[in-house]
Design a protein around this ligand. Structure first.
Ligand code: NAD
Length: 498
């Protein structure tokens, strides 16, 4: 591999982590060994926690919730902790980005950008902690006054995936904390390091003991036990639709805990003939290649106006060919490694299925041999039919399927022809087209003449089988609250028994 733009080196030995329980590090007894997907070198050792460890973490979170050491503070003091966290993250940005790259395989420049986004999440969460409020009803007559209180739900379980380990964590943690809840986090077993590091950062920022706990381990043991735990009041799950379904069953079979679900997507990017085609091609190349397409909001279905389809696909293929795929520790890399061997196999098998089903590869279509690590060339398929597996399934890799339309109605129908509804992007200079499409396509996040834009002020979440509820912003904080109606009688009671 070319080392010219690589200023960072691999660790000399894997770093061993403990797990984060009740405000301190606990030593692990048994470990997962994680190798860097970009280099194949062992980088971390993560504890395989037991169900007893999980129970201890839930007890700590319960105690910290009931003793009011967090929920009882003024919002301004909770905001202070979140702002101090943002400051520490700013100081430790490069270090956190480094561990994220080593476990996930994403490019270092991108990882640093994600830490910046995480800092913004803590700042927005701080604002939300101060602004969170209920409502009042002054309309119930002279004898009755109504107040609507927002109270924290209680102990939250948080289960996260491996594609954006720190970003997805930080799109939730500040908002959970802003609400006054306490939590137990179960990160993906292959990318736990930065979730653990956040424990010591929050402690330094002044978070009381027991409010944030991290228990590492497999989904089957620790994840399942967390979803079934009778003393967890709410579970926020981000991951695949299949596991999301089992989380719903586990919640129903235990204590009917409240659920937030952020699941899969098969997101359309719709390009109309009047769009700026150069801009749209750049966005489409980015939308499918960013984070190697291992992104829940990847735009994996191109829906393009037949009149410009050939010209557009040519522009797009030229852009995709120029993407710099390579060592995630290189400063100039745009697309890094596939995060797990299993995901690498899944993506390559979908590429073979696409070829077998009769779709045409315009660019990419194979693994890239860079000497070590797993890399796949950004791939564009044309001639895709609606019933093909590459048209319907979430591949979670850099594989884009192209469809053509003739009318706005047909474009909307194609965009909605999926069980998912996470995100969509539309490219048109015609305000009527852009607005009609934004209103008719069923997706939780919509981008008009842009893609993956926005900050933590805006809510995120999905329609249909992409999930339940919303994260981030004030909507995200409200998700972690319960609403209580308080009725206050004014003056003498009108007696029932005369
Ligand atoms: P996954 O569902 O396999 O795992 C997600 C998390 O759930 C991991 O921490 C895993 O250990 C845990 N888990 C696995 N089995 C479990 C069980 N039975 N009970 C409880 N927890 C269990 O998903 P993944 O492969 O890590 O991530 C990829 C998927 O996540 C994709 O489908 C993607 O679309 C989705 N995703 C969605 C969003 C979103 O915001 N909508 C964001 C990122 C990823």
């Amino acid at each position: 591999m070319d080392k010219t733009t690589r200023s960072l080196s691999l660790p000399e030995a894997p770093r061993e982590f403990g797990f984060w329980l009740d405000g301190v590090w606990e030593a692990g007894r048994d470990f997962f060994d994680r190798s860097s997907p970009g280099h194949g070198t062992p980088v971390t050792r993560i504890p395989k926690c037991t169900v007893d460890d999980l129970n201890a973490a839930v007890s700590a979170a319960r105690r910290a919730f009931e003793d009011r050491s967090w929920a009882g503070l003024p919002g301004a003091e909770r905001a202070g902790v979140l702002l101090r966290t943002a400051e520490i993250l700013r100081r430790r940005r490069d270090e956190i980005a480094y561990w994220e790259v080593l476990e996930n395989g994403k490019p270092i420049a991108q990882a640093r950008g994600e830490i910046d986004h995480a800092i913004a999440c803590f700042e927005v969460g701080a604002g939300a902690a101060r602004m969170l409020h209920g409502d009042s009803f002054n309309s119930l007559g002279d004898n009755l006054f109504g107040m609507v209180l927002r109270e924290p739900v209680g102990v939250v379980g948080l289960i996260t995936p491996w594609n954006f380990p720190f970003l997805i964590l930080c799109e939730r943690v500040p908002f959970i904390l802003a609400s006054g809840c306490t939590m137990v986090v179960k990160p993906s077993e292959v990318t736990s390091a930065t979730t653990l590091l956040l424990g010591e950062i929050l402690a330094e920022a002044g978070l009381p003991k027991g409010v944030y706990n991290v228990v590492t381990g497999s989904g089957r043991t620790i994840g399942q036990a967390l979803t079934e735990h009778p003393d967890v009041d709410m579970l926020s799950f981000t991951g695949s639709t299949g596991v999301g379904r089992s989380v719903v069953h586990a919640a129903a079979d235990s204590n009917f805990k409240k659920l937030g679900l952020e699941l899969g997507g098969k997101n359309p990017i719709m390009v109309f003939a009047d769009a700026d085609l150069e801009d749209a091609a750049d966005a489409a190349a980015f939308g499918i290649s960013f984070n190697t397409g291992q992104c829940c909001v990847s735009s994996s279905r191109l829906i393009v106006d037949r009149r410009v389809a050939l010209e557009f696909e040519k522009l797009l293929a030229a852009k995709m060919n120029k993407i710099v795929v390579g060592d995630p520790l290189h400063e100039t890399t745009q697309v890094g490694a596939i995060t797990t061997d299993a995901q690498n196999q899944t993506i390559l098998s979908y590429i073979e299925k696409g070829k077998g089903e009769g779709a045409r590869v315009v660019t990419g279509g194979s693994a890239l041999d860079l000497g070590r690590g797993s890399y796949i060339a950004p791939t564009l398929f044309t001639g895709v039919k609606r019933e093909m597996s590459i048209a319907r399934d979430e591949i979670f890799g850099p594989v884009l399927s192209s469809f053509q339309f003739e009318t706005v109605e047909e474009a909307i129908q194609l965009a909605n022809d999926t069980v998912y509804g996470l995100a969509a992007s539309v490219w048109s200079k015609n305000i009527d087209t852009a607005l009609t499409v934004s209103r008719r396509v069923r997706a939780g996040r919509f981008w008009v003449n842009c893609i993956m834009a926005g900050g933590p002020e805006m809510p995120l979440g999905g329609f249909k089988q992409s999930g339940w509820g919303r994260e981030a912003g004030i909507y995200g904080v409200e998700e972690y609250t319960q609403v209580k109606s308080v009725h206050v009688e004014i003056g003498k009671r009108n007696h029932w028994i005369k």
